[in-house]
Design a protein. Sequence first.
Length: 332
Amino acid sequence: MAMKFPFPVLLSDIGGTNVRFALAKAPGLALEHGPHMKTSDHPSLEAAIEASRAFFSATPHSMIACAAGPIDGRKVKMTNAAWSIDGATVAAAAKLDQGLLLNDFEAQALSLAALPAAATQWIGDPREGTGPQLVLGPGTGLGVSLLLKIDQKFVALPSEAGHVEFGATNLEEASIWSKITGPPFRTTAEALLSGPGLVRLHFARLAALGKEPPSLDEVSVVAQAHAHPQGEEAATLRLFWNLIARFAGDMALAFLAKGGVTFAGGVLPKITAFLDETEFRKHFENKAPYVALMQKIGTRLIIAPDSVLDGMAAIAASPERYALDEERRAWC
């Protein structure tokens, strides 16, 4: 039997930096968007929910939340934030009749089932395919998940693929990799292909060129790149896109994601001015001996803000379309 979510349903996208809320008052209605808060401004999800109540016109009866970290049943210890979330505790504190906790990119994957074409833009020529769909993207971390359809139900396979090791493939990259500082011991994909990773990549690239890196954060690197399109920050963003393409190609090949690759996360929509689609596709497809296979896999970018909240609203409205492990994951 499918899990049921009594309306109104509170929806929450919980990242390492921000937590976003919306309220679905009834199936099919436009969402009532609430505040975007800093995760670090609240000691727990329960406290953030309480702070959000003043922004909504109705009291929620259930909740679907997604969080950046590996899910263990009804619980998650977030990877890049101090929160530990226990669904049963949240339900009791917020007086909810039901709830579901998803990994953030598990939710992104399930959202693909309800994602309108207008919410995305193609990178390269449109390529429609059937089969597993991959979704990945950089934010505070690097998320990766897969969407399958089995027995007419959508199934998401979350992963921690952002933490696989990520190495150099040419002499230029090798010189950059040699200058990477922190985290210790391993250079993972997330260490470079995330918001904090963008800064780490920029500093390492300048150090490899023998230049003194300026003291910049992620926002400043992006701002400087827009202000100086031929400058060093812009060059780093172009490299960032090419590395994303290479990593995405590896993941698409690993999962045979013939249904296409969709890019999400908070970083990429802000830096589309530095995307060279021809170069991107070249790096994505350069997977000999499977170049011909890779050429058939489409790549697109989500450009609609907060689309994952709409995706979770679709789950609440039609939970029978999704394979959700009610026994292990339902809060009530």
